[in-house]
Design a protein around this ligand. Structure first.
Ligand SMILES: Cc1cc2nc3c(=O)[nH]c(=O)nc-3n(C[C@H](O)[C@H](O)[C@H](O)COP(=O)(O)OP(=O)(O)OC[C@H]3O[C@@H](n4cnc5c(N)ncnc54)[C@H](O)[C@@H]3O)c2cc1C
Length: 274
């Protein structure tokens, strides 16, 4: 980016993957450069050539189609080229290599496709894992062959009965699994039974910087399966973040953090240019 500012040259940014992290990153990057443009180089944003590559037929494949469609529309609206159904096979010094053998030149490449567990997880003796290394667990979160070994959060993979895909590696799943084990493990240690883990989908949200936010309210909230967008979705996203802070730090510290962030937002510039 610095080179682009100095030499007035175009800046080609490619993001590989269009999951929640990638889509949020794309929007933040665009917003950041809009703000940077206002610091003396109004043409900076227009020199940007932004592309998102996704092998699945739509962005945010794990989200309901309404969220995908709205997010893709928003990305295109802020100037991204969205190439779905396009597999990237390698990142090379000058750009990305695509599945059809072609090369797409890029100055800045961000690879954010796929979630892979560390290799050592796939090599643990007597513990079954799949190609991406996560430990395969039973619905009780016990490993396949050992009742005394449990795995939860991002490190296991679990496909619930009647479901086509495994549970996504998200904080929502990790937290519910932790609560499940915290609740039932003491009784199990005393010889009781261990019920299967049941996932309650409270929905998912994706925030596209200041532009917009989209989400679904899941199957267990008050407005089941509802689609939300705009200010309400942005507010829900912000509240989720505060909720996490509250869970981690408690009420007083969370309030102090919130106040400190409000003051910082008021006195500090929105971006660092160094
Ligand atoms: C960029 C990004 C954005 C995300 N956004 C969302 C989101 O918006 N919503 C959502 O639901 N989920 C989101 N996730 C996923 C979410 O963060 C994870 O699903 C969740 O944190 C999993 O919890 P966990 O406890 O299994 O693992 P982690 O939260 O990763 O915790 C594992 C901990 O173990 C520590 N550790 C690792 N190895 C060792 C070791 N050998 N010894 C000791 N300690 C070790 C790590 O340092 C870490 O602190 C996001 C993830 C990323 C990377």
């Amino acid at each position: 980016m610095f080179q682009s500012v100095v030499t007035n040259s175009p800046l080609r940014v490619s993001i590989v993957g269009a999951g929640a992290t990638d889509v949020e990153l794309a929007a933040e990057l665009s917003r950041l450069l809009e703000v940077a443009s206002s610091y003396g180089d109004p043409s900076l944003r227009s020199r940007l050539n932004l592309t998102v590559y996704e092998s699945a037929p739509r962005v945010l494949a794990a989200f309901p189609p309404a969220v995908s469609e709205s997010s893709e529309e928003q990305l295109r609206h802020i100037g991204f080229t969205v190439r779905t159904g396009t597999r990237v096979t390698a990142a090379e010094p000058d750009g990305l290599r695509l599945g059809d053998g072609s090369q797409q030149a890029a100055d800045l490449m961000v690879w954010a496709a796929g979630v892979k567990a560390p290799d050592f997880l796939g090599k643990l003796d007597g513990i079954e894992s799949n190609r991406s290394n996560p430990i395969i667990v039973r619905p009780t979160l016990q490993t396949q062959d050992d009742d005394t070994l449990f795995a939860l959060g991002d490190c296991p993979t679990l496909t619930l009965a009647g479901k086509e895909h495994p549970l996504a590696p998200t904080a929502q799943v990790a937290t519910q699994q932790a609560r499940h084990l915290a609740k039932y493990l003491p009784a199990w240690l005393d010889g009781g039974s261990l019920p299967d883990f049941a996932f309650h989908d409270f929905g998912a949200l994706v925030s596209l910087s200041d532009y917009n936010a989209f989400g679904t309210l899941g199957q267990f909230g008050v407005f089941r399966g509802g689609f939300i967008k705009g200010r309400f979705a942005q507010l829900s996203h912000a509240m989720l973040y505060r909720q996490h802070q509250h869970a981690l730090h408690g009420f007083r510290k969370a309030m102090t953090l919130w106040t400190a962030e409000r003051i910082k937002g008021f006195v500090q510039p929105k971006i660092r240019l160094s």
